[in-house]
Design a protein around this ligand. Structure first.
Ligand code: GRF
Length: 218
């Protein structure tokens, strides 16, 4: 039976990668992670891949063109149907995005378009917002800008510091990223300009965490 092959890009600890692997292994998503590529040779995400028998590659991103050629080759050779940025901290070139547009998604730990960039959690906290959250979106040629797939809103609590807030958001990232892959695999994501239409079907609301607001389609 056809199974979607997912190529994961990660730069850090890989808890989002772990959530994807777990969701695949639990049969929540009809997909498998075909390969993990990191721009950080010490990324624990690479160790997580190895622990699960998933091919893992370090790709030096200091030469962006070579880095992207490696990503394209490694994922292309493995018939990857969807690339997922899971805590991947690099900006992909417009050429690369053009080639993969519609088949490459990302997770951002804030409610885009607010708090783009590399510290969405800290920026939101410093700004004094009362509600923040996380976003999955298709990657387009601008940073943290592509059509939004899912969002979930999380309260900022009194006494939160960056780490406590980031940890609360991370739990929800681990839900909406696998769910976004699931919706893609089911063919239920339609991009209409800036809008993503999610076709009707099953729901993951049975997994909803208390006090979190999920967008339509979760
Ligand atoms: C996550 O909040 C992710 O959104 C951000 O880095 C954090 C850690 O991600 N980019 P992971 O544990 O490496 O998946």
């Amino acid at each position: 039976m056809f199974m979607l092959k997912v190529g994961v890009l990660a730069s850090g600890s890989g808890t989002n990668l772990q959530a994807i692997i777990d969701a695949c292994n639990e049969g929540k998503i009809n997909a498998e992670v075909a390969a993990v590529i990191s721009d950080n040779r010490n990324a624990f995400a690479l160790e997580r891949a190895r622990e699960h028998g998933i091919e893992s590659f370090f790709s030096d991103a200091s030469d962006k063109r070579r880095h992207e050629e490696e990503i394209d080759r490694i994922f292309g050779e493995r018939d990857v149907g969807l690339i997922v940025g899971a805590g991947y901290m690099r900006i992909l070139s417009p050429q690369f995005v053009k080639k993969w547009y519609g088949r490459i998604i990302n997770i951002h730990p804030a409610l885009l378009p607010s708090f783009k960039g590399t510290d969405g959690q800290g920026d939101a906290l410093k700004y004094g917002v009362k509600i923040t959250g996380c976003t999955t979106h298709f990657i387009d040629e601008e940073t943290d800008h592509g059509p939004i797939i899912l969002q979930a809103a999380v309260r900022v609590k009194d006494g939160d510091d960056r780490d406590s807030l980031a940890a609360r958001i991370l739990k929800v990232e681990h839900q909406i990223l696998p769910r976004s892959i699931d919706l893609f695999e089911q063919g239920r994501l339609e991009i209409h300009g800036r809008k993503v239409r999610i076709l009707p079907g099953d729901s993951w609301m049975e997994y909803a965490l208390p006090d979190v607001l999920y967008s339509e389609g979760f």
